[in-house]
Design a protein around this ligand. Structure first.
Ligand SMILES: Cc1cc2nc3c(=O)[nH]c(=O)nc-3n(C[C@H](O)[C@H](O)[C@H](O)COP(=O)(O)O)c2cc1C
Length: 474
């Protein structure tokens, strides 16, 4: 990890579960691994005392601005996520119901965004400018949030496609505008509304209009460093786990996966800039979906880095077996009830974006599980296997991926993983190439060997550094 990222490291849990009275132990006979479980949703009084997330999910963080040359607003967002490929859409969720001092309504930001229709998601390198922006967000209450951007003291310029202010210090900017009603590849209507109210939060869908990337990164002189999985040290292995080791699948197309992501690199796309403006390379995205679609599997990849993690989405098949779909577009969109939202491809565009077996399996059962993966060889092997082989090709996929399913669980709970959310589907949203399932969390399981002495550790920010060879010769 880059040294300047260390101060941003986050550990969960911060204290032990004892004393809360909310967690009970769930032990499967003959099994070495046991879980603490907690029923959800919690009561309003429990929530008002402590509205922190009841369990950890690895979400990235970003800064978001909205407004124009006259009025602006700055917020931080946890879990901004790319949720659809064609059109290229990101989702941002903001609190709309007061739950506690932590979860208060982001009224000004939402009003300004709904009036102006544009926002800029921004990533600043760890350091002084990021500290100044985060400090202002934390120290200025919502009523005065209009002054935040100015009070950071950081220079800004207008975005390329709107008047939304953008930090000059940002190394990466995603400009977006609220989606408009359209039709997908099957001529079905999508985006009847530009946002959806989901529990305590409002989820905005923003079509990406332009991506700005710092010039030195676009030219390959510096790289973005992102670790997409948390670290954790388990105390034990599941008893009788499969001895099958994931074998490199022979799929026509393979989606590679490394949790230590560098951008750009030999294994990523190169950033295709349309122009260079004030130290940044800019790529404009056409509004017409037909002009955006890439049939070639490689060219269909995301055109630039956007931080994401992985949700291990499990479900039950029609013959009662477990299935597993690693899902990078998984995010938490509401605190109350807690809603986990994986985005599952339904479009038949190429091998990369093809209908998933998981889609119909979740629809049929109305539920799914979401496991939290971590940095370990067996978990990485499982992600690479299950993320490239459909259940249609391997009905014993979870075992072949080297993972063990708890026979007592409501949705397939993977014993190797530290945390599992049991979710019931409340709604599904059709987005163009992906279906976003809104899954209300009904039970959370945390392995007993997760504790404040043996925590999950996570960094929600990416870093930037010159290429090692360039740094040496400087
Ligand atoms: C790291 C990683 C992230 C992925 N993210 C997604 C995603 O967000 N949405 C999706 O539909 N597929 C995603 N996939 C692809 C599916 O996991 C893959 O197609 C899987 O084999 C589908 O299984 P199924 O057909 O049994 O449902 C991802 C794969 C990997 C390796």
């Amino acid at each position: 990890m880059l040294d300047n990222l260390i101060p941003y490291q986050y550990s969960w849990p911060v204290d032990d579960f004892t004393g809360s009275g909310l967690w009970t132990t769930d032990r499967t006979p003959g099994q070495t691994v046991a879980f603490r479980t907690r029923q959800m949703p919690e009561s309003f009084s429990d929530l008002s005392q402590d509205s922190r997330w009841p369990a950890f999910f690895p979400s990235p963080m970003c800064l978001v601005t909205t407004g124009d040359s006259r009025r602006s607003c700055l917020e931080k967002v946890v879990g901004a996520s790319i949720v659809n490929r064609f059109p290229y859409v990101m989702a941002l969720s903001f609190c709309r119901q007061a739950l506690s001092s932590r979860h208060h309504v982001r009224k000004h930001f939402m009003e300004l965004l709904e009036r102006g229709g544009s926002a800029a998601v921004q990533f600043l390198p760890p350091g002084r400018a990021l500290e100044a922006a985060m400090g202002r967000i934390l120290s200025t209450d919502e009523a005065n949030s209009h002054g935040r951007l100015r009070d950071t003291g950081l220079p800004t310029s207008a975005a390329c496609e709107s008047d939304t202010p953008v930090f000059d210090d940002a190394y990466l900017v995603y400009e977006g505008r609220l989606v408009q009603p359209a039709r997908d590849f099957e001529s079905q209507p999508i985006f009847a509304a530009p946002w959806e109210d989901v529990g305590s939060h409002r989820v905005y869908f923003l079509e990406i209009t332009a991506i700005q990337l710092r010039r030195d990164i676009a030219l390959g002189q510096s790289q973005i460093y992102w670790t997409s999985l948390p670290t954790w040290r388990p105390d034990c292995l599941p008893a009788g786990g499969p001895q099958v080791k994931a074998i490199a699948p022979r799929a026509i197309y393979q989606k590679s996966f490394t949790p230590h992501y560098r951008f750009p690199a030999a294994t990523t796309v190169a950033f295709e800039a349309d122009e260079f403006i004030a130290g940044r390379a800019v790529r404009h995205l056409p509004h017409e979906v037909a002009a955006q679609v890439e049939r070639d599997n490689d060219r269909a990849r995301w055109p630039c880095f956007f931080p994401s993690s992985v949700g291990m989405i499990t479900c039950e098949t029609s013959d009662g077996r477990p299935n597993l779909m690693p899902c990078g577009s998984t995010t938490i969109v509401s605190r109350h009830p807690l809603i986990v939202a994986p985005c599952v491809s339904y479009a038949a565009i190429n091998s990369r974006y093809a209908p998933r077996a998981t889609l119909e399996q979740i629809r049929r059962t109305g539920r799914f599980g979401c496991g939290v993966p971590y940095l370990a060889d067996n978990v990485l092997d499982a992600i690479r296997y299950a993320g490239n082989i459909s259940w249609q090709a391997d009905p014993d996929k979870v075992r072949a991926a080297g993972l063990t399913v708890d026979p007592q669980s409501r949705t397939p709970r993977l014993l190797e993983l530290p945390i599992h959310f049991d979710c019931e589907v409340r709604r599904e949203l059709r987005l163009g190439t992906h279906i976003m399932f809104l899954g209300e969390v009904r039970r959370i399981s945390v392995r007993e060997d997760v504790s404040h002495k043996r925590p999950l550790q996570w960094n929600p920010w990416a870093g930037v550094a010159p290429l090692p060879s360039l740094a040496r010769s400087a």
